[in-house]
Ligand binder design. Structure first.
Ligand code: SAH
Length: 263
């Protein structure tokens, strides 16, 4: 429904939708603004990657709806989620759309916001700490370092990315910056490693995988580009994980001892 339709049907919005970033998992990394909204929300529609500790912050009187979209488990398709947000905003004052990490970083927050604006629904974004920054940090990996890296690229490893836009240009990514951070990269890791190798990255390039970053059950797998696929198979390492590639990964050895404790 567009703004005109919404108005002509006389279904004025009572409320506002807040696209809130829940951060990567550790509840201590939730923003004060986001927490305040969860505490006074009338409805919260949340994603699968939002941690239980964050869900526990939600106003007990609020309606909670799981819109989880983990691989192969589509609870609600994207259009249904957006439609639901529009309907809830016509009924309630504070509607929170809670997303893992940051809503505007590989979270489809931009798409949802666009559709809400088109439907005439007031909407605001509340940024969160993205897993691509927090998971490496909790593994003792700074993304930049004056000696090792002065640039970072955030890229999706999800195969569907090419459906909507030209495919990820791994050749350009390989040479575009000194640190590469890949979201949704585990499933496609053999292909990604192959592409980066063809692009000329050395087999010795350090690589780290951080699973369930910032949570109490965070796991890490550290290796080299030439051996990581085999290591993943051996360890049975799975999603959700962030992949970090570049010399900064070597800092892990020294800094991982100072790992923050999840709150
Ligand atoms: N908007 C989110 C990303 C959504 S895409 C953000 O800003 O973090 C989903 C991908 O994010 C997962 O496949 C995984 O690569 C990454 N991810 C999300 N939470 C994570 C966590 N706690 N630890 C490691 N990776 C995570």
């Amino acid at each position: 429904m567009n703004r005109q339709d919404a108005k002509s049907e006389g279904r004025a919005c009572l409320g506002k939708v807040y696209l809130v970033g829940a951060g990567p998992g550790d509840p201590g990394l939730m923003t004060l603004k986001g927490k305040g909204l969860l505490e006074c929300a009338d409805v919260v529609i949340y994603d699968a990657l939002v941690s239980p500790a964050i869900l526990a912050m939600i106003n007990p009187m609020a309606q909670k709806i799981d819109a989880g979209k983990r691989r192969g488990r589509h609870s609600l398709i994207q259009e249904e989620t957006t439609q639901l947000l529009i309907e809830k905003a016509q009924e309630y004052a504070i509607v929170v759309r809670l997303k893992g990490g940051d809503p505007f970083v590989f979270g489809r927050g931009g798409e949802e916001m666009e559709e809400l604006v088109n439907a005439g629904v007031p909407v605001e974004v509340v940024p969160g700490i993205t897993s691509g920054i927090a998971a490496p940090a909790y593994a003792g990996i700074p993304l930049t370092h004056r000696l090792y890296s002065s640039s970072v690229t955030f890229v999706t490893g999800h195969e569907a990315a090419g459906k909507y836009r030209p495919k990820v240009n791994w050749q350009a990514i390989a040479h575009g910056s000194e640190t590469i951070v890949i979201y949704m990269g585990i499933h496609n890791l053999p292909y990604i490693v192959q592409q980066l190798t063809i692009a000329g990255l050395s087999q010795e390039t350090p690589i780290a995988l951080v699973r369930w970053g910032t949570r109490a059950d965070q796991e890490e797998l550290i290796g080299k580009l030439g051996t990581i696929v085999e290591q993943v198979e051996k360890a049975g390492f799975g999603a959700p994980a962030i992949v970090v590639i570049g010399a900064v990964v070597n800092m892990h050895e020294m800094l991982s001892g100072c790992r923050p404790v999840s709150s």
